[in-house]
Ligand binder design. Structure first.
Ligand code: RM4
Ligand code: MN
Ligand code: MN
Length: 396
């Protein structure tokens, strides 16, 4: 790599910050069972503490996404505790995630529920979540809906779409200046026939109907296998509708595996579309990069460090694409030259440059090693083991 390449890697890394999900530190499992980890976090304090460790060794994870039901079960009242913990552990509250899927009332949906009182209860929960975001000075409220149906003919799809439009508009009107609402999509699960917000087009239309502070959230695991995710990203960028990401990887569906563990070239191509866009418009895209993973088998903190460092590596590789050369090759329809721009960048070993960048920031060159040698894991495993063995906690 030339010194100019190293400079590009440095610049790219300076701008990549990644939010960690509180629920990624807690015990979790599949619908078949849960394998408890002695080191898993079971309180909000433990989640903040673990996120603080990831931030300490990587230096790029200053915020933690909060799940209202799991982290602020008392609603707005919980904000004080959150602020105190944020201060103590040096990690700020990140996006606020309402829960519109776990309560018994949501059996037949939340915003799409035929029962008006349930729709209103769901809206109230979102409104409360927006207020929590304002109190905590967190910018994004992230909405994911499990709404859908399992059997043909059982739900009025068009009517539910209207309810979603209306309620998202109502929620949008509660946003403060600068606050954003991110609308996430997912093709299936838990609904197995139709999902109300199944793809990016549906998120896009609903976000646009809601108002200017609503954007689309792309969870990398929420696509059918053959789908071209980077094209979706390119379209959303060109429409100024890309609000953020939930990073994870998958082999089949919503597997929530660590980023790039299955298909690193896919992640690279997504980053490339973003950086190519930024080069063209000569401006940074306003994107919230967040992790949304649930680690059943891997250690939770280690998995998070893996994802963050993998994101940095693939982002740095994408930053090496020669945009000028690529644009010229595309213009001439020189297919080999154009494709090589991506392949050469992807094949570059950026690890030495990343180590240099870390050293320049006073960070450990190898975050994973630094974490494993810190003794933190042994300590929390000892301290938390009994509690974890006794409580097969819920999803997060
Ligand atoms: C969904 C989606 C959401 C997350 C829930 C728990 O699959 O990815 O972002 O909040 O799971
Ligand atoms: Mn997600
Ligand atoms: Mn998911």
């Amino acid at each position: 790599m030339t010194s100019k390449d190293t400079e590009r890697v440095f610049q790219a890394l300076d701008h990549l910050q990644i939010e960690l999900p509180s629920w990624g530190f807690a015990n979790t499992g599949t619908r078949f069972g849960k394998f408890l980890q002695p080191a898993a976090a079971s309180s909000l304090e433990e989640k903040f503490s673990d996120a603080g460790q990831v931030h300490a060794v990587t230096g790029v994870c200053p915020t933690m996404a909060l799940h209202v039901l799991w982290d602020l079960p008392g609603g707005l009242k919980g904000s004080k505790d959150v602020s105190a913990l944020a201060k103590r552990y040096g990690v700020q509250p990140g996006s606020i995630n309402p829960n519109l899927f776990q309560d018994q009332i949501y059996k037949h949906g939340s915003f799409g529920n035929p029962d008006e009182s349930i729709r209103q209860a769901a809206l109230q929960h979102v409104t409360d979540s927006i207020a929590i975001g304002q109190e905590l000075r967190s910018r994004d409220v992230s909405l994911w809906f499990a709404d859908g149906s399992n059997y043909p003919g059982t739900a009025n799809i068009r009517q539910r779409k209207k309810w979603f439009e209306q309620l998202l508009q109502d929620a949008h009107s509660e946003l403060a200046l600068g606050q954003r609402m991110l609308v996430e999509y997912k093709p299936f699960e838990p609904a197995f026939y139709h999902t109300d917000i199944a793809d990016w087009g549906m998120s896009f239309l609903l976000a646009r109907a809601a108002g200017p502070q609503a954007k689309v959230l792309v969870d990398t695991g929420h696509h059918y296998l053959a789908q071209n995710i980077e094209q979706i990203v390119a379209w959303l960028l060109s429409e100024d509708m890309l609000g953020g990401f939930h990073f994870n990887d998958r082999r089949y569906a919503d597997d929530d595996l660590t980023l790039g563990s299955i298909d690193p070239y896919q992640v690279f191509r997504i980053f490339h579309e973003i950086l190519y866009f930024e080069w063209e418009v000569d401006q940074r895209a306003d994107i919230a990069y967040m992790v949304d993973q649930s680690h059943n088998l891997k250690g939770k903190i280690e998995a998070m460090i893996q994802t963050v460092t993998m994101a940095q590596e693939l982002f740095a590789k994408a930053a090496l694409v020669n945009h000028k050369k690529l644009a010229a090759a595309q213009q001439k329809s020189d297919l080999i030259a154009a494709e090589s721009c991506l392949q050469d960048a992807f094949a570059s070993d950026v690890r030495p440059a990343i180590r240099d960048w870390r050293r320049s920031k006073g960070l450990p060159e190898n975050p994973m090693q630094a974490f494993l040698e810190s003794g933190y894991l042994e300590r929390i495993s000892r301290e938390r083991a009994a509690q974890n063995a006794a409580t097969a906690s819920s999803y997060a």
